[in-house]
Ligand binder design. Structure first.
Ligand SMILES: *[C@@H]1O[C@H](CO)[C@@H](O)[C@H](O)[C@H]1NC(C)=O
Ligand SMILES: *[C@@H]1O[C@H](CO)[C@@H](O)[C@H](O)[C@H]1NC(C)=O
Ligand SMILES: *[C@@H]1O[C@H](CO)[C@@H](O)[C@H](O)[C@H]1NC(C)=O
Ligand SMILES: *[C@@H]1O[C@H](CO)[C@@H](O)[C@H](O)[C@H]1NC(C)=O
Ligand SMILES: *[C@@H]1O[C@H](CO)[C@@H](O)[C@H](O)[C@H]1NC(C)=O
Ligand SMILES: *[C@@H]1O[C@H](CO)[C@@H](O)[C@H](O)[C@H]1NC(C)=O
Length: 443
């Protein structure tokens, strides 16, 4: 099984006048043809009647392309399925031999026994992945059916222009787009299996701080927010772009109505979310209007250095974002100082759902979420690794061992950005980025 670092690219091709364009979304595929999703969608204002015939022809063309893309995906699904089946076979075979060795039917040397056992251990984690894999195959089938339906619909439309309401087509296409978007999201998701060497973007500020970009901003918006220190500061720097951030000290300052606590802030969909100093109040601050849109207490959350990360710094409440939305990591007395993970409604800051973990917050270095799984590091200085993973999907945890290069020896912030598929870190007055490798079965 290979590890994949799938990069999903969004292409947009406008075909009619910009304000009434149809768009093609397409995910990138690499040389082996993995990860293929394409979709046709009208923009919100539907194209004018005059250009309709022409647009329909183009649409049909695109549907044709989409079919080819799905075919590729299906072939890949098929190929992977066979791979998985072979693996199942291997696993069964290994299991059997293991039992034979145990039963003493073969001359069982201790060495053989040990080798067999480690082989088994290697294969075992693959078993639970099989089910999700099968689900993907069903998904592809359903896409194909929908695509066929859409093709038929478009064919009809072509024959009897005006017979079908544009609105109806519009909503069908939007529905398909939604399905494919969620497909793309899922294809992009996976289990963390590797963290690259860091790239130092900038050297600036004190030992502690945070910096980020908005994962929901369009790809062209790479504004950087920068928050130096963990308390007693309420000035956020806004850099116009990642390039500006790297190459200059040209920024504008935003003054927050309250100082922040810790380094767990996050910018999400145009708002800065932060923990008000010396409280367990969460604040949603709109960066456009500079107004507080919402403020709410995170019930039972420890604060004021009660349940900080191991580096201290009032890091009691850590806010973060992944593919699934906004999360808060904190600890409560009720959970004996162990990490509690809550999914938050980004509009209202209400807790949607919480998970209690068995990991003490104070012995965690930092934590970040990827694809609904919480990853925790073992410390902030010296040789650092990600060693604990809690899946919200299954409410189970496992110990893992993924080294993370701690280049400047003091990590006070570590957060995943699902748009860049990168980890943002503040390492002893250096702002660094890591790429992540996510493991998927199909794609
Ligand atoms: C469909 O695919 C062909 C070949 O890859 C390409 O030339 C054509 O522009 C595509 N059509 C659309 C509408 O994307
Ligand atoms: C496709 O159309 C058929 C017949 O109208 C319908 O039964 C089926 O549910 C549709 N499939 C999808 C995935 O929409
Ligand atoms: C600083 O940024 C502003 C807008 O963000 C821009 O207009 C100005 O040219 C920049 N100055 C320098 C020296 O880069
Ligand atoms: C982002 O904000 C816009 C309004 O500014 C809203 O329509 C959209 O639903 C938000 N997206 C998410 C994922 O919250
Ligand atoms: C989580 O579980 C749901 C339902 O059991 C499944 O559809 C989804 O693919 C799972 N997601 C991940 C990341 O495992
Ligand atoms: C991450 O990968 C991209 C694409 O390969 C590359 O351009 C970028 O420099 C990498 N970033 C890091 C931090 O390694």
């Amino acid at each position: 099984m290979e590890e994949l670092n799938v990069c999903v690219l969004l292409l947009m091709v406008g075909l009619c006048a910009p304000e009434e364009a149809w768009q093609v979304y397409s995910s990138a595929q690499d040389s082996v043809g993995r990860c293929v999703c394409t979709v046709v969608t009208p923009q919100h204002n539907v194209c004018s009647r005059d250009g309709r015939t022409n647009q329909l022809l183009q649409l049909l063309d695109k549907v044709g392309n989409m079919s080819r893309s799905l075919l590729l995906l299906e072939q890949r699904t098929h190929r992977d399925l066979q791979l998985v089946e072979r693996m199942e076979e291997q696993l069964r075979g290994a299991e059997q031999r293991f039992r034979q060795v145990e039963d003493g039917q073969h001359s069982a040397t201790a060495r053989q026994y040990k080798a067999m056992k480690s082989k088994m251990e290697e294969l075992r984690p693959l078993v639970p992945l099989l089910e999700s894999f099968r689900a993907e195959a069903v998904l592809v089938q359903s896409f194909k059916e929908e695509l066929n339906n859409l093709s038929l619909l478009l064919g009809e439309l072509q024959h009897s222009l005006g017979g079908l309401e544009q609105q109806q087509l519009h909503s069908r296409v939007l529905h398909l787009e939604e399905r494919l978007r969620s497909c793309m999201q899922r294809l992009a998701c996976g289990k963390l299996t590797g963290i690259s060497e860091p790239i130092t973007i900038k050297t600036s500020g004190s030992r502690f701080g945070s910096w980020m970009t908005d994962p929901l901003a369009p790809p062209t918006d790479t504004r950087v927010w920068y928050m130096d220190g963990y308390h007693n500061n309420r000035f956020v720097r806004e850099y116009a772009s990642m390039w500006d951030f790297m190459s200059s000290d040209n920024y504008t300052s935003v003054r927050l109505p309250h100082p922040w606590s810790g380094t767990g802030q996050v910018v999400y969909n145009g708002s800065l979310y932060f923990n008000k100093f010396q409280s367990h109040t969460l604040i949603r601050f709109d960066l456009r209007s500079s107004l507080i849109l919402r403020s709410r207490q995170l019930d039972f959350a420890g604060y004021n250095n009660m349940y900080h990360y191991s580096w201290g710094g009032h890091s009691d409440i850590d806010l973060m974002v992944d593919e699934g939305g906004l999360w808060a990591v904190y600890a409560t007395h009720q959970n004996a100082g162990n990490i509690v993970l809550s999914q938050l409604n980004p509009d209202t800051l209400q807790v949607i759902r919480s998970w209690m973990t068995n990991h003490p917050k104070r012995s965690a270095g930092e934590a970040f979420m990827i694809c609904g799984t919480l990853y925790v590091t073992n410390g902030y200085s010296g040789g650092t690794k990600v060693y604990y993973a809690f899946s919200t999907n299954s409410s189970t945890y496992e110990y893992i061992d993924l080294p993370i290069s701690n280049k400047y020896s003091h990590l006070s912030m570590l957060d995943y950005n699902p748009r860049d598929r990168a980890l943002y870190a503040w390492n002893n007055g250096h702002q660094v980025l890591y790429n992540v490798t996510l493991y998927h079965i199909i794609q």
